[in-house]
Ligand binder design. Sequence first.
Ligand code: ADP
Length: 332
Amino acid sequence: MIQIQNLYKAYNGVPVLDTINLNIRRSEIFGIVGQSGAGKSTLLRCINGLESFDNGQIVVNGTNISLLSEKELSSFRRKIGMIFQNFALLNRRTVIDNVMLPMECWHYPKEARRKKAQELLELVGLADKTMAMPHELSGGQKQRVAIARALTLEPDILLCDEATSALDPAITKSILELLADVNRQLGITVVIVTHDMAVIKAVCNRMAIVSDKRIAAMGDVADTFLDEPPSLLALLGKKELVVPPGQAILKLSLRDGGIDQAFLHGFVSELKLDFTIIAADVEQFYGTSAGHLYLRLDAANLEQARVYCLSKGMACTAVAAGGRPGGNDDVL
Ligand code: ADP
């Protein structure tokens, strides 16, 4: 649906996006996360053709956007809705007039505009606010109006640029639920740019981490949190594990509901090793749960425990004293 290949963009000779490769699938909710200034918004603006780029290509629904004329580009943009942190509503127009605006620009008949706007205001839960002015609405309600407006031209893609950053957590949750409904009911691909990891966890199927102009990691959200690539640890401010001398830590990766009791029972009864559960960090993601269970044990028993886990299909990472986390295939 959105294929980005070797994208390079500079402002005044200073690169802001370098060798970006990204595939966003039809009807998924894709999150782009990264620190402020990493290049996320620029990437979003390149996708909808608001921003040109210096090299590489972006293909949206089979259309190579670099090859479009100005007129074709504006027609292309009809199929991409966008919402922003500051809502971008016109303060002197009523709610329904704000929602009808894109249809006015494209000369939809008056009655069709009103009918569509009313339907969309119902979808976003604001049927009773059609004649209100923006200043009479809360932040969450303003963003709902902006979402309704973004959907008027029946886009294939909805781009969200820090759309919940100005909202408190409870309102953010309700807006994310609305975006998930829009995705489910209308089949619209949703791309969310945010610096807020909670947004990614709550609603995205897959994610990319933008760091220092590049894609530092990409994949299924729960898998990425299980793998903990360095770019994710940096964003979360998570430190490497400190392991006491002579000890080791086995980090078990858990998916969907936590650890299997039979596995833990077997670990105790078959291996007969002393260990201590020192931490667990299972979290809820969109449609699944995932996290880790940390076991501390004697370094001498680490390899045996690791091989046991792998033999039971339990993904794990072994960390020895003074060592760095290793993957499933690492021999410490
Ligand atoms: P993010 O969305 O991750 O916070 P941006 O895409 O907004 O990052 O910005 C990436 C970099 O590009 C920043 O260093 C920013 O200062 C720079 N930048 C963004 N827009 C412009 C512009 N119009 N002119 C010059 N530099 C810009």
